[in-house]
Design a protein around this ligand. Sequence first.
Ligand code: AMP
Length: 542
Amino acid sequence: MLSTMQDDQLSLANLLRHGSKLYADSEVITWTGGEARRETYGEVGKHSAQLANALRGLGVTGDQRVGTFMWNNAEHLAAYLAIPAMGAVLHTLNIRLFPEQLVFVANHAEDHVVIVDGTLVPLFAKQLPEMKTVRHVIVANGDPASLEAPAGVQVHSYDELVSGQPETFDWPEIDERSAAAMCYTSGTTGDPKGVVYSHRSIWLHSMQVCMTDSMRLDQSDKALVIVPMFHAMSWGMPYAAMMVGASMIMPDRFLQPEPIAQILAAERPTFAGAVPTIWQGLLQHLEANPQDISHLREVVVGGSAAPPAMMHTFEEKYGVPILHAWGMTETSPLGSVARPPASATGQEAWEYRYTQGRFPASVRARLINDAGEEVPWDGESVGELEVKGPWIAASYYGGIEVDPDKFHDGWLRTGDVGKITPDGFLTLTDRAKDVIKSGGEWISSVDLENHVMSHPAVAEAAVIGVPDEKWDERPLVAVVVREGQQVTAEELREYLQDKVAKWQLPEHWSFVDEVPKTSVGKFDKKRLRSAHAEGKLDIRHF
Ligand code: AMP
């Protein structure tokens, strides 16, 4: 028997209409380094309509892809709303991707238009000639004349293009299962992989983000959205905030501890989200420059493990609880949130809060061991985490080759290894692969190894992540020099300059006689890590 309920579609056009009308006075505040720019959600609605009209005017139709190469700001929010609401697909380009990967993702997604922040034009301009499908570039908050257009590409000023456009748009009815937005994730090997979110998945995810046991966002909140809109959809905060009328503070390019402290003092947000690196940096800044931050009712931390010591300092010294959460680009990204059971108090509650968190009703989870068997949720048995749910990816976009087991029998293999308590709290113990998490971004150890090993004097190179106070982890390269050859760490670092992004350049180097190997001849990074932890490696630091 079919239900008698309406089949109304969960579309971002409805979200935009709702947020901009019912919460017309809520604000998006963009930090500028000086006086903040303020826009009400009512104005966001009008600007989104103007942007949609402008994009239509450039010929954007159907599900064409519109890329953004932007910081978190009001213009990026308008793009987040206008592009999916008009039926097109928002593609958030990660400004930190290595140039070749940036070109790859723009071509793979077939971006037709890209909106670029003025300050990012120099970074974007170098790769634009290789982006084969881009016909229009819109420069926001900057001078379009600063971008030299290759043949066949028109460059526009955002302000000129958008101002004068009608402030309403006839938003189409959209099938909730159609693509709304896409984001590429760069893993250890191979090309970046595109995750395509639907209107439905974003809607359901936004509801979960706002729920009391998740981020608890509501209309009284002022959320400081530090986590980039080009990485895992800013943890879903922009859409969730629009849904409930929470105001947003966007830091634009001002992500260092000092400006973050200034934003906190000036705007007194009630909520904020960022990777541990940002909070560690802020803590150090506050040590030297004390300031009241107790207006923050809570901050959410994820992307890599939140160090317990940091959680304690925040809460006990500054009165700000940290909420630990786990997720990935493929999970929209909210996968689990560490709110302790109501009955837990004192240290018991802390123990729950250190974990990666408990799964919400829509996220099913299981742990699979090396033999391919499910292991029990007993808080001890370890396995690879697999998840399933309405905002979890079922495949990657456009035939990217991945391990065929990545999405087996309808579950996503996360590559994360851990254990789960009987009441559903996940603790990650390891990563199945050995990517290095630096400041919330991935560094592929395999990539670095391959580049170092391409040097003629190098026989072998293995890269591991070593703990770093500021960036969580930084790469350490263990190098075996070929017999009869000589090379210094300086020369190898120099050699990498034009091969990897600058922020990926390793600053720790160690020359070893051999890289420890596993029984099947693979680099044994576990042993390398222990050697490092035990201080057995002779390291040249930069
Ligand atoms: P990304 O898709 O770039 O957001 O990265 C997702 C990966 O980050 C996950 O698969 C985990 O390995 C890692 N990660 C995310 N949140 C946490 C967390 N709270 N603790 C430890 N690792 C995390």
